[in-house]
Structures are given as C-alpha cells and as structure tokens.
Design a protein around this ligand. Structure first.
Ligand SMILES: Nc1ncnc2c1ncn2[C@@H]1O[C@H](COP(=O)(O)OP(=O)(O)O)[C@@H](O)[C@H]1O
Ligand SMILES: [Mg+2]
Length: 355
C-alpha cells in the first residue's frame, strides 16, 4: 500500500516559488491501479516522482507499507519500484533482452538467469523471445517498445510500478491494444500501479481508482463510477466531458450495486450474474435470460459464489441515473507535454541506478 498524507511540492524559492503539488492525500491499496489524471501542469508527474524520490518531498509524508520513503535507502527504494515512461525509455545500444535484464544485472543475477528471466517476461508481454530478444529497440514498433518497457519494469519483480503516460506516444489503435493488454497482464501479476495520464478514456478503462488533479490539488478521488455518477465539482464534470454521460454504465460494475445478502436459495431458484459485468453488459444478460424469479438477481464474486443482491428497482435506478446525468461540454483537450527522448532515457537511467 502506498500512502500520501498532506504531500506538497514547492519548486523554487522567494517570489519564484511554485506550489506544484498542494496538500494532497490518497492511498493506493495493494494490487490496484490508481490513475492520476488532470490537465497538463496539474502536478501528476511531480506527485508520481515523489514516490520513488526522483523529486524531494517538500511537505507531508509518503509511505510504502507504513514505511516513510524518506527513511529508506534510495537505491533500494528505486530498485523495488518499476518505472515506465513514454516510448519505454529503452537504451538504444542494448538488445531487447539486455534492456529487460538491466535491473537483474544491477542486482548481480548471473547471465543465464537474467536471460531466462528476460525470455519469460517477453513471453508474458506477448513478444516471442526467439524473434525479439536479440533485436535492438529501433527494430521494434512503438507498441512493441512499450511492451519491452513494461517487461523491464517487471523484471526484478518489484511490487510497485509507476507509469507516466506510457502509451502517450503511440497511435490510437495500438494504444487501445496496449491498454487492454495491460489490464490482462495486471489480472495475472497484480502489481500496485500508479498510472499517469491526461486521457479520461484511458483513466476509466484502467483505473480501479481515479485521482483527478487540478492546480496541484485533488479535485476528486474515487472509482470511475463515482466520478461519473457523482462528480464532486463543475471542474470534474467539465473534465469528464459530455461524451461520457451516456457511457457511465459501461464503467459501473454490477458488484458496485450489490447489497450483501446471505441464504442463497440455489441455482434453480435464482438468477446469478457475475459481479465483474458492467451495468450495460448485465442489462443485455437480463434481457436474454428466461424470466428470472424474485425481485432481483444475485451477484457472484470472482470465485463464482453468490454473495450479493441487486433488486430490479435498484438496477433500474442505476440505469436511469446513468442516462440522466448532465454534463457541460468542454472543448479544451488537455495537451500533453512532449519531453525529449534523450532526457527521458537519462531519467530512467537515474531511476534505475541513482547517481
Ligand atoms: N523542476 C521544476 N522546476 C520548477 N517548476 C516545475 C518543475 N517541474 C515541474 N514544475 C511545475 O510544476 C507544475 C506541475 O508539473 P507536472 O507535475 O509536470 O504536471 P503534469 O505532469 O500534471 O503535467 C507545473 O506548473 C510545472 O511547470
Ligand atoms: Mg506529466
């Protein structure tokens, strides 16, 4: 678990002072993806970089599993935190396998073990090691380079991965593939991930939790469904934009609507729907099953055991809320700051092996 308590970052001094991050607090529970989103300059990158201490913390406390990061050895800290940036930040003169094996090499793993680990990870990220392990980054597509970047972050088995707009530099189709792929990978590896983006689609697709930042402060912190159903301010409403009004239900999971209930009457007596379905998917299911008994349906957990209940009344309310929410359109598309690739590589080098 990563915990930020009243964290601020002040750049500069005197009348040149900038409060880039201003008194923010949030938690990232183990195994979850927390997306930091907000307009350019809202403090997302700075917040993320304070976690692995690429930036100092001006005020407040950041801790990992209860341990204050400023009390930890910085080399240890960074080796236990994977870091992925735009274009993967791969070293051009290293092969793919050597890029993936950088941290294991710093950790002193023998060559054969590094190679085996690199091959295992390339498989995991969907690249055939026979074809790709000995290539150089420039011989790969942008999407493939991103996958290698993620493989590298996973190589030393860090529990925490920080990702700063990792898919920002690839075309929209590849980007969408990478997003779906990251969700699948995450289901397998269950890392604790902080993911920075300015793309609301990406945030809702990937985030178990979304922290929306504005001017260095947290505007709202909640599940995608929370932000959609109960936006905390006009800023949130405008940032999300009107295109999402009708899509709220696609990001609301049935398990979020379920009330705990015991005494499951048995499969013959009740309709059971997996909690992992969205409201949209569930309404399709409901209209395609035989007349379900009772005044609602049971919701199964990931193991398939029914443990909650949604009444048709509550389901209908969610459906009508989802389509009734009003949003103010906003034409301001946040612009991404594009950073120099050499600078980015330097930065990754620093993150992996602090000078
Ligand atoms: N090294 C720095 N020195 C001074 N100001 C900085 C520095 N890094 C970032 N800032 C400022 O801090 C604010 C937040 O930046 P950043 O965290 O990069 O935002 P985001 O990632 O949300 O675009 C911006 O106003 C930016 O100009
Ligand atoms: Mg940034």
């Amino acid at each position: 678990m990563i915990t930020l308590e009243h964290v601020s970052k002040i750049f500069g001094s005197g009348d040149q002072q900038v409060r880039a991050v201003n008194d923010i607090s949030f938690e990232v529970p183990d195994g979850e993806i927390c997306v930091l989103i907000g307009p350019s300059g809202s403090g997302k990158t700075t917040t993320m970089r304070m976690i692995n201490r690429l930036e100092g913390i001006s005020e407040g406390t950041i801790s990992i599993d209860g341990r204050d990061v400023t009390q930890m050895n910085v080399v240890e800290l960074r080796r236990n935190i994977g870091y992925v940036i735009q274009q993967g930040g791969l070293f051009p003169h290293f092969t793919v396998a050597d890029n993936v094996g950088i941290v294991p090499r710093l950790l002193g793993w023998p060559k054969t073990r590094r190679r085996a680990r690199a091959e295992e990870l390339l498989e995991l990220v969907g690249l055939d090691p026979k074809l790709h392990a000995d290539r150089y980054p420039r011989q790969l597509s942008g999407g493939q380079q991103q996958r290698v970047g993620v493989a590298r972050a996973l190589a030393a088995d860090a529990n925490i991965i920080l990702m700063d707009e990792p898919f920002g530099a690839v075309d929209p189709i590849t980007r969408n593939q990478l997003q779906r792929w990251l969700r699948q990978i995450q289901a397998e590896v269950q890392k604790t991930i902080v993911f920075v983006t300015h793309d609301i689609n990406e945030a809702f697709l990937l985030g178990d939790r979304v922290v929306l930042m504005n001017n260095g402060a947290v505007e709202q912190n909640g599940s995608p469904a929370d932000l959609l159903r109960t936006p905390a301010s006009d800023f949130v409403r405008e940032f999300i934009g009107d295109e999402f009004a009708l899509q709220a239900l696609e990001y609301t999971y049935i398990r979020e609507l379920a009330q705990p209930k015991q005494d499951f009457p048995g499969d013959d007596e009740a309709l059971v729907i997996p909690g992992s379905l969205t409201v949209t998917e569930a309404s399709w299911e409901l209209t395609h099953t035989d007349e379900p008994a009772g005044d609602g349906f049971w919701v199964a957990n990931d193991e398939g055991d029914p443990e909650g209940y949604v009444s048709y009344h509550d389901f209908a309310t969610a459906l009508s809320e989802g389509v009734a929410t009003e949003y103010t359109p906003d034409d301001d598309v946040p612009e991404d700051d594009v950073t120099d690739t050499d600078e980015q590589r330097e930065e990754v080098a620093g993150a992996i092996h602090p000078r």
